[in-house]
Design a binder for this molecule. Structure first.
Ligand code: ADP
Ligand code: ZN
Ligand code: MG
Length: 480
């Protein structure tokens, strides 16, 4: 048998840290990057006898996430203890949700490669507390625990095993991430671990009806590693099956450097955790009205903006996709268009030059240092003929380096377009004198010669001459 005879089955458990100001069961701050153990109290340090109190914002954010992903919201829900010992979890249990999660039976729609839509079902979304962080080998080979992250609220979004390729996984994760960003429940900073996924992979022969045994790669926080890890794991599993072996259900660790997965531990089953309702916390009861209020407060979601851009602005599917993929870019587009009234130009800047610079600098859209007003002003300066589009590119680079008004930049750098007829004429005449061959070529019908002449004039003026005026003037002068 070969690779083609197998089908890939993937299910994801995504953990997103909620951007509430305080932790889930105490009032410690959740800010990332503080000195170790400075954002802790007896509750989140797991001292015996302390009492947790559920942060209402956590429930609100989780319900928001559920509604934005088409889930049913449970009016009756509760917190359960999931028991396990781990050094970054001093209580020896994590407060999570077991049989009554806040949200169930949702879905996210993704575009598949053949141009169709596919629903990826969401089994559940539940709330839980994050664990602390172990710092290995930082001080003389020991391991130290930092409990700042302990008690930071998480939602876990569990998909059904509906994904069948790395492309689908990528699309699902990006869609989910953008939804959470749009509804502002998580900053989804992957490098800070606020959006991370456990990736469950199995393979089965196409003729088999039963799913294969899965392995699970824990805590993946980069799109690239997720794709690489899944590809590796598919090959590894097929090789084992082809050799007549069996897949062990286990948790794996992906090693970025060697490009391989390693076994961490046998995978526990639910019964190993001895779940039971947390007796320190009251049940969570939500009224229909409470849920409806949250529903009414949801902002416009990426899906709807996407359709609107295609219909209202006649944007291509692809361009709309790029802009709405980030709420920040999408807001930038809307605000700048509103100011300069040239949405076509604004979207072009975002899709081409701004995206390229973000890529080169490995920056996230929300790190763009200039405002939507600055971008709008840049577009207006081109529209008014104050600067050419080639100068505008230089202004944009400068706006990234040292953000200020585009007008100030061009004044300071002396980049204002030359639109003075006399000055343009002078340049044109000089270029014509220096390039008699091109003039002859143009007269002989070689239109390309005009492009060359304009290019020479641009060079002479360091790109500052008004290109439309140059074109016109050259033709006039030659035909004189
Ligand atoms: P656990 O916490 O034990 O991993 P969950 O029910 O929270 O269990 O998550 C299981 C995840 O594994 C889900 O995302 C589910 O879609 C996925 N999954 C289940 N069975 C398979 C399988 N055979 N192949 C791939 N993924 C699977
Ligand atoms: Zn605390
Ligand atoms: Mg799992």
């Amino acid at each position: 048998m070969s690779r083609q005879d197998y089908e890939v089955v993937i299910g994801l458990e995504v953990h997103a840290e909620l951007s509430t100001k305080t932790k889930i069961f105490c009032s410690c701050p959740t800010k990332f990057g503080a000195a170790p153990n400075t954002q802790t109290c007896p509750i989140c340090m797991g001292m015996p006898g302390t009492l947790p109190v559920l942060n209402e914002k956590v429930v609100e954010y989780a319900v928001k996430a559920g509604l934005a992903t088409n889930c049913e919201i449970s009016e009756n829900s509760k917190n359960d203890r999931k028991n396990y010992f781990y050094p970054d979890l001093p209580k020896a249990y994590q407060i999570s949700q077991y049989d009554k999660p806040l949200c169930e039976h949702g879905y996210i729609e993704i575009d598949t490669q053949d141009g169709n839509k596919k629903k990826i079902r969401i089994l559940r979304i539940h709330i839980e507390e994050d664990a602390g962080k172990l710092n290995h080998d930082e001080f003389g080979g020991g391991t130290l625990v930092d409990l700042n992250r302990a008690g930071v609220p998480l939602i876990e979004i569990v998909s059904e095993p509906d994904l069948s390729s790395t492309e689908e996984v990528d699309k699902y994760l990006k869609k989910l991430k953008s939804i959470l960003e749009y509804i502002e429940v998580s900053d989804c900073k992957m490098q800070e671990g606020s959006f991370r996924a456990d990736v469950n992979v199995s393979v089965k022969k196409k003729t088999d009806t039963k799913l294969g045994t899965r392995t699970e790669m824990k805590n993946m926080n980069s799109f690239r590693s997720i794709t690489r890890a899944i590809e590796y794991e598919i090959e590894r599993q097929i090789d084992i099956l082809e050799d007549g072996g069996k897949i062990e259900q286990e948790s794996l660790r992906w090693d970025e450097v060697s490009g391989k997965t390693f076994s961490m531990r046998d995978k526990e089953d639910a019964q190993d955790y001895r779940y039971f309702p947390d007796p320190d916390l009251v049940a969570i009861k939500l009224s229909k009205e409470y849920i409806q209020n949250i529903k009414d407060s949801l902002p416009e979601l990426p899906e709807s903006r996407h359709n609107r851009y295609i219909n209202e602005y006649k944007m291509s599917e692809k361009d709309a996709g790029i802009i709405v993929s980030s709420k920040y870019l999408s807001n930038l587009f809307e605000e700048a268009s509103e100011i300069c009234k040239n949405h076509k130009a604004v979207s072009n800047w975002i899709i081409s030059d701004i995206s390229r610079i973000l890529n080169e600098k490995e920056m996230e859209p929300n790190e763009i240092p200039f405002t939507s007003k600055h971008l709008a002003d840049l577009v207006t300066l081109i529209d008014k003929g104050t600067i050419s589009s080639s100068i505008a590119k230089k202004v944009l680079t400068e706006m990234f380096e040292n953000p200020r008004e585009p007008e100030e930049i061009i004044k300071e750098k002396g980049w204002i377009q030359i639109s003075d007829e006399g000055a343009i004429k002078e340049v044109v005449q000089k270029v014509l004198m220096d390039n008699p061959q091109s003039v002859a070529d143009f007269k002989a019908g070689k239109d390309r010669a005009l492009g060359f002449l304009v290019g020479q004039a641009m060079k002479a003026t360091k790109g500052k001459a008004n290109p439309q005026m140059l074109n016109k003037m050259f033709v006039e002068e030659i035909n004189k």
